[in-house]
Design a protein around this ligand. Structure first.
Ligand code: NI
Length: 197
């Protein structure tokens, strides 16, 4: 159980695809505790293993608010088995200190994963809630995909990166998602929410 250094945008492990976990071993359990400790210490709502330099398919989320008890959620070998709808999400990431920009997300996702005891579960998160958006953000980290790869406004994203002394957008990494782009263009304007994941 310890607080780890968070890998920043520009460092290699953020772009590397992560490997499946074969067994939720003691080593993986320690990794899970480290992820939770590091996420809470940095006031994040989610953290994925590559963000602490471990390229394995594990992430943690806690979307509880300050007046609620902690609600740590652990996802090992997650698979997104259903996704639908579209929404705009104003996101940040602990690997991008102080940088926020609007990104495209699905509104509803269904995820299948193992918990910290290696038991399978299925979870559905709907209506573009913080949980629904956070699952997609953390899941992406396991494939080396970052929130800026889903950005809506290239100018805004570039400016946020520059302002915070982060490397520029990697244009070859931008996710091509025409159906999401089209659905988002039809949406009414939404209020902005800022979260670090
Ligand atoms: Ni992140």
């Amino acid at each position: 159980m310890s607080i780890k250094k968070i890998v920043k945008y520009g460092e290699a492990s953020l772009r590397q695809p992560s490997k499946e976990v074969h067994k939720v071993s003691q080593k993986i359990k320690v990794l899970i505790e480290d992820l939770l400790d590091t996420m809470y210490k940095n006031n994040g709502v989610g953290l994925a293993a590559p963000q602490i330099g471990e390229n394995v398919r594990v992430f943690v989320i806690d979307v509880s608010t300050n007046d609620e008890p902690l609600n740590p959620m652990v996802f090992v070998n997650p698979k997104i088995i259903k996704k639908s709808g579209a929404c705009i999400s104003n996101e940040g990431c602990l690997s991008f200190p102080n940088a926020y920009t609007s990104v495209k997300r699905y509104q509803n996702v269904m995820v299948k994963a193992l918990d910290r005891n290696g038991r399978a579960f299925v979870l559905e998160a709907k209506d573009g809630t913080l949980l629904a958006r956070c699952i997609q953000h953390e899941f992406d980290h396991l494939d080396g995909v970052l929130f800026i790869d889903h950005m809506i406004n290239r100018f805004d994203a570039e400016e946020q990166l520059k302002k915070n002394d982060l490397p520029p957008l990697e244009l070859d990494k931008i996710v091509d998602e025409p159906e999401l782009t089209e659905a988002i263009e039809k949406l009414p304007k939404e209020e902005k929410k800022e979260e670090d994941a």
